[in-house]
Write a protein that binds this ligand. Sequence first.
Ligand code: FDA
Length: 386
Amino acid sequence: MKPDLVVVGSGFFGLTIAERCAEELGLEVLVLERRSHLGGNAYSEKDPETGIEVHKYGAHLFHTSNEKVWEYVNRFTSFTDYKHRVFGKYQGQVYSLPMNLGLINQFFGRSHTPDEARALIKEQASEIATEDASNLEEKAISLIGRPLYEAFIKGYTAKQWQTDPTELSPDIITRLPVRYTFENRWFNDTHEGLPVDGYTAWLERMADHPRITVQLETDFFDVAEEFKGKVPIVYTGPVDEYFNNSEGRLSWRTVDLEESVVDVDDFQGTGVINYNDQDVPYTRIIEFKHFHPEREKTHLPGKTVIVHEYSRFAQEGDEPYYPINTAEDRAKLLKYRELAKAEPMVLFGGRLGTYKYLDMHMAIGSALSMFNNVLTPHFTEGAELT
Ligand code: FDA
């Protein structure tokens, strides 16, 4: 049967579009996914040996302050009360991140009141004026001072970008938040938690609709001629790839994830530890069992699953994870946006289709906007698809 709508990609953006269009507009939706599973980068699966849920494309923590998104996602899953916290190792000590009063006291070896800490960092940051910063290092020093920069930003950033921070653009950072309290929750959002039955159960429930067909292991470009110009398409793959890289490739960073099962009950005592020393090659270690302490009884005792993360520039064939967004990328993106606008019956969305880092709640929120503002008027009133 000919679908009313084709969605390319089964990540949160694509599935939100598919679910809304099937449920609210009664459309037959065909979702094409080139991987062997649905869910895009939020996909997770249980490690068969230990029973621990592993996020296959990097740690995914759900958080949002958008009430519409929160109401929507709760139709498919409930959430645990997990609150994310991150620690950072530097020269043999473990600090609580983001930079806060606890970290400042530990790092400088004495207690400070909030005002004392503020004055200290202000004094250290006065070395360079922010508007004079010509590279990332100078910008960071102008924001938080040299000592904190050298411990918590320099090595980590150099590893993330595989580039010395003096060679990186100051535009990469706009602010480096320092909290002058002991608050060490990573996210500030109103709602936070992890899906009780895991990400894949949540994603499968979104796709579980009689009018939605998900076709896995199907690359859109192999079947494009069947649909292009004949049926509306929401495309969530890479925008440059859609146009055959005609304006040049957009640049991305990727992350190599080295997963292993370790023979201890608890490897590091928490979900995420950043490694700030430059001579440690990985940026973070994730230990997944800590994301779900409520599942303790279902995990095999004496074992744990950890992942070492290594960051680098993506080459052809690598998973694109974080847009690099250089001036050249931005110039190319403008040209792709023009091409995308002129492409008949195709809408571009999601993190790959718009070349933007989107958290899950942002991907879902922007899909809900596309549904409300573009797809509903098109299918109910015949408005143009732009
Ligand atoms: P997504 O990439 O998920 O889906 C796109 C889908 O399209 C993929 O399944 C792909 O295979 C498919 N596709 C592409 N081209 C195709 C083609 N030609 N034919 C068929 N299928 C095609 N967010 C958050 O809120 N909290 C977090 O902690 C994290 N953590 C995190 C860690 C890392 C390492 C990354 C890279 C990202 C995060 N995120 C996150 C962000 C989160 O992954 C993101 O919000 C969602 O993946 C966005 O969903 P999309 O549907 O836009 O893309």
